[in-house]
Design a protein around this ligand. Structure first.
Ligand SMILES: [Zn+2]
Length: 270
C-alpha cells in the first residue's frame, strides 16, 4: 500500500512526539527510594525538564502527547495545567511506575483505574491513551484497557513501523502506536551512551527511512532526560527536522489513533 493510501490526502508520514512524566517514580522503582542520586534526577522532570520541553514545542508550534504517572499529576497540578494550556494531550502512565508484568490482574486493573481517576481530576478530561510503566505491559494490559473503556490507543509495543489494531468483539478497538528502542531517549543516552549529536543523527536516520517508506515516527522521550540542557538541543533539532519535511502529519497520539480507527472501520487498513 502506498503512503498516499495509508495516511490522509497529502500526507506521506505521521509523527508523534511523546514524553513520559515519570518524575521520581521511575527512579524509585528502578533504584529504590533511598538512593537520592537517582531519585533527585527524577525530580528534574517537574522542576525543569517539562518546562523546557514545552518551550521547544511552543517555538515549533508542535502538539505532543505527555504520558503522566498518576502520582506526578497528583503532586504537580501546575505542570499538568501548563501541558494542557499548550494544547497537548495527557495520557495515563500508571500510578507510581511499578511494572504491570509483575502484578496480578486485579492489582493492575486497580492501578490503571486509579491513574485514570487522578489524571481525569487534574486534566478535566479522561485520558484516552495509555503507556505502561517501563514499557512493559502485562499480557492482560490491553484487555484491562478495553474493560475499563474509553481508551483508543496504547503505546506499549516495539513490533512495527505502523499503527495497528487490537480488535475486540464489541467493536471498541484499541490502536497500538509502536515505537522503537532507538527512538527512546533513555535507551540512547543511558544504554548506548550517545552524545546529543549522535542521538540527533540516529533519530534523523530513523525518520528519513520512515518518511521515505511512508510510515509512522514515534519519539519516546522523558523530560528528565531530554529536558536537560544538552539533550534538549537534540530534541529541538529533531522536532525542527521532522517539521521541515513536506507531507508530515505531526499530531497527538490521540489524533493519529482516531484516524487509524476510522480508516480501519472503513476496512482500508488493518
Ligand atoms: Zn515511564
Amino acid at each position: 500500500m502506498s503512503p498516499e493510501q495509508i495516511w490522509p490526502e497529502g500526507i506521506r508520514c505521521a509523527a508523534v512526539f511523546t514524553f513520559d512524566n515519570d518524575d521520581e517514580f521511575g527512579m524509585i522503582d528502578a533504584f529504590g527510594s533511598e538512593r537520592m542520586f537517582y531519585v533527585s534526577q527524577g525530580y528534574y522532570d517537574t522542576n525543569e525538564g517539562t518546562a523546557r520541553v514545552l518551550r521547544i514545542l511552543k517555538r515549533h508550534q508542535v502538539r505532543a502527547t505527555f504520558c503522566m504517572v498518576g502520582r506526578t499529576a497528583e503532586k504537580r497540578q501546575d505542570i499538568v495545567k501548563m501541558i494542557r494550556e499548550d494544547g497537548h494531550e495527557v495520557a495515563a502512565h500508571s500510578w507510581d511506575h511499578r511494572p504491570y508484568y509483575k502484578m496480578e490482574y486485579e492489582e493492575e486493573r486497580e492501578d490503571i483505574q486509579k491513574t485514570l481517576d487522578i489524571v481525569e481530576r487534574m486534566v478535566g478530561t479522561r485520558p484516552v491513551g495509555h503507556r505502561s510503566p517501563d514499557w512493559n505491559p502485562s499480557k492482560s494490559t490491553v484487555k484491562i484497557l478495553h474493560e475499563l473503556g474509553g481508551f483508543i490507543w496504547r503505546g506499549d509495543s516495539l513490533d512495527g513501523d505502523l499503527p495497528y489494531i487490537h480488535k475486540f468483539e464489541d467493536g471498541r478497538n484499541i490502536v497500538e502506536l509502536p515505537s522503537s528502542i532507538g527512538l527512546d531517549d533513555f535507551g540512547v543516552y543511558g544504554d548506548r551512551g550517545y552524545s546529543p549529536q549522535e542521538a540527533f543523527e540516529l533519530w534523523k536516520d530513523e525518520f528519513d527511512i520512515l518518511y521515505e517508506e511512508g510510515k509512522f515516527f514515534c519519539l519516546t522521550a522523558h523530560p528528565l532526560v531530554s529536558g536537560r540542557p544538552a539533550p534538549s538541543t537534540a530534541l529541538e533539532k529533531i522536532v525542527a527536522y521532522v517539521k521541515s519535511h513536506d507531507g508530515v502529519w505531526i499530531s497527538t497520539a490521540q489524533e493519529i489513533a482516531k484516524y487509524w480507527l476510522s480508516k480501519s472501520q472503513a476496512a482500508l487498513i488493518v
